[in-house]
Design a protein around this ligand. Structure first.
Ligand SMILES: [Ca+2]
Ligand SMILES: [Ca+2]
Ligand SMILES: [Ca+2]
Ligand SMILES: [Ca+2]
Length: 196
């Protein structure tokens, strides 16, 4: 009996240790309750995709970037949190909020859908993603550039099928060019599909 009690107590203490090791996240949105409470966010309702202070970085991004979801310019350097690139991966917090990537962990692989070419200078491409924010990365020497006809856009349900793409070159990445999708790998743009 004493043996069983000891085992039971051991099981309970192990369980308690595990429970306290993982921070409580009652709404299961990847943001611990403690952080939500500390910043006046709901622990029940998922407010991760909201931008409480309107700085372009959504609440989940601010948690990942360790910035303040109630202060637009957390470090008071005159650059709002959304325009910072906290993890230094070339994508601003605003862009990462819109791409749903992690604002606090450098992403060497990014999938971008719908963007516009902002600039291409010395082999470094800057895209503005839909919803705002920029992704800046060098263009790989093996870049796969393709062009999708704008008229194909209405029938994207069978993506790629039946709509032959033509190829393009780095020189076609001019300011204002519409990007259907783009991909980075190892911190470089490896594929870009333009819409024309
Ligand atoms: Ca939560
Ligand atoms: Ca914000
Ligand atoms: Ca903020
Ligand atoms: Ca970033």
């Amino acid at each position: 009996m004493a043996m069983m009690l000891t085992l039971l107590m051991l099981a309970v203490s192990v369980f308690a240790a595990q429970a306290s090791a993982a921070p409580k996240d009652r709404n299961d949105n990847g943001i611990p309750d403690a952080w939500e409470k500390a910043h006046d966010l709901s622990t029940k309702k998922d407010q991760g995709n909201r931008d409480a202070d309107g700085d372009g970085a959504r609440n989940r991004c601010e948690y990942q970037a360790k910035t303040d979801p109630g202060v637009a310019d957390s470090d008071a350097d005159t650059i709002v949190d959304g325009d910072e690139d906290t993890d230094g991966d070339g994508a601003t917090n605003r862009a990462e909020s819109n791409l749903h990537s992690n604002c606090g962990r450098a992403n060497s692989h990014l999938q971008i859908r719908r963007a516009t070419v902002t600039s291409l200078t010395d082999g470094v491409l800057v895209l503005t993603v839909r919803g705002g924010g920029t992704v800046t990365a060098p263009v790989s020497s093996t870049l796969r550039c393709s062009v999708k006809k704008a008229t194909d856009d209405a029938s994207t349900s069978s993506e790629g099928k039946g709509s032959p793409k033509s190829s393009c070159a780095v020189a076609d990445l001019v300011t204002g060019a519409k990007v259907h999708k783009a991909r980075t790998k190892g911190g470089k743009f490896v594929a870009v599909t333009l819409v024309k």
